[in-house]
Design a protein around this ligand. Sequence first.
Ligand code: MSP
Length: 516
Amino acid sequence: MSQPTASRRYLTTPIYYASGEPHIGHAYTTFLADALARYHRQAGGDVFFLTGTDEHGQKIQEEARRRGIAPMELCDAMAERFQEAWGDLGISYDRFIRTTEPEHQAVVQAFVQRLMDRGYIYDAEYEGWYSVHEERFFTEKELGPNRTDPIAGRPVERIREKNYFFRMSAFQDDLIQHIQENPEWIFPEKRRNEVLGFLQNPLSDLSISRPRSRLAWGIPLPFDEEHVTYVWVDALINYLTASGAIDPGKPPEQQGFDDVEGSWWPADLHLIGKDILTTHAVYWPTLLMGAGLPLPRRILAHGWWVVGETKMSKSLGNVVDPLALQGEFGSDAVRWFLLREMPTGEDASYTPERFLTRYEELANVLGNLSSRVTSMVARYQNGRIPSEVNGRGLENQITTALDQVHTSMHSLRVNEALAAAMELARAANGYVETEEPWSLARQDGKEDELAETLASLLRSLLLLAALLLPVMPGKMKELVSSLGLSQVPTIEEAQRLPLHQLAVEKAPPLFPRIED
Ligand code: MSP
């Protein structure tokens, strides 16, 4: 495996189906990626953050038919919806890829051709129970005793059709070895064990095509126009397309399959939900092995958001709309809630009460600190800390918070990083209460102590802005504008910046109270 370079980082989210609206599940994966992207950029890294839409296949074809529009019309509309949503929610992606782009289609064809040339594709008859109504195969188990499709209850037919298969089984041992030799490759460990468990059974070959007669909305196979590429194969390859490794316009030996140097490939981190682990940790790496390409460096499979105790689903009508929450509380509060509430890798539950509790944490701890500190510096120091004052009072707490934030971010435990930053804000509020700057201000001869106390608090506030920038970019910018800065400093700068350079004004409430 090639070694990651500290300064370059390629992060991806799944590409979301262009058949449905963005919901908090999509938003969570995307916020997680965004927070990591912002954190690494802030540390001076060269980051490439990819997201996009998955636009081929049965789901899209069906949804377009249901709406009575052409599939491409649906995809154009939905790609725009996602881009707008990510704009409203502060997502700093570098590229939004759509699988209907000509560039991607060409890379998919080059990739599949490559597998064919290397002898990993063969065709065979596929036989199974097919529902014309649902336009899909069902397993014997799904059909139940009546042999009717479990969705609409219609009859099914036994059909045979030609499919192209990828020799996935040839890579079973290599994949197991890769997972065993790279214990951190799949995070968290629970998911790694799940994949290893799955690999204890013989791996079958993967059907990578659908007959065009049955599914027209896909990328034709380069060696058989009557078949289109299975949507998951098409979709996974987006990560490679966007990396720039493959240039299908070039002759085969120059396409990048033998040398990814100079491109973003391999990805440093694929962020996904646990529901799409097999496709990312089994299909994708074996496909890459088949093409002779390096594997992604890491996969993070996060947990599932439920609503109260219930699974979120369209049919139950309980899908949480991140845009509605954003309209009411602002995007940073939504980002804070989702990233703070869900331990990376675990499931978590959304309820309006939990959301409010987390919002109040922002208002009462961070918002309160910012109001108090800025108003006291404005009032007692005229907005300026004298240049000879150091402000060391909270140094230990700052060191602890810094250590914890860095360790947590590097180990992908974003929620723990946020908790550590909030702990610093709590400590700073505690310091206000024990030091009582207002009584120091009333006493003669306490001027130096007062300036020291306020300087310590100001340093903490500045640092908190830097530490929380990856989750709340808008609010942290607002916060530092009350300190006379136009940009949130990096974590490094926030530690060093001479405090006397700040021009502090009383900050308006960062997180206004919510009525009812
Ligand atoms: N198009 C595929 C992915 C292809 S990637 C090469 C797909 N799309 S999706 O629109 O269904 O979105 C998948 C992402 O949304 C996953 O990361 C999934 O975990 C996330 N979520 C969807 N519902 C979710 C929850 N209720 N909770 C958390 N995340 C969930 O799959």
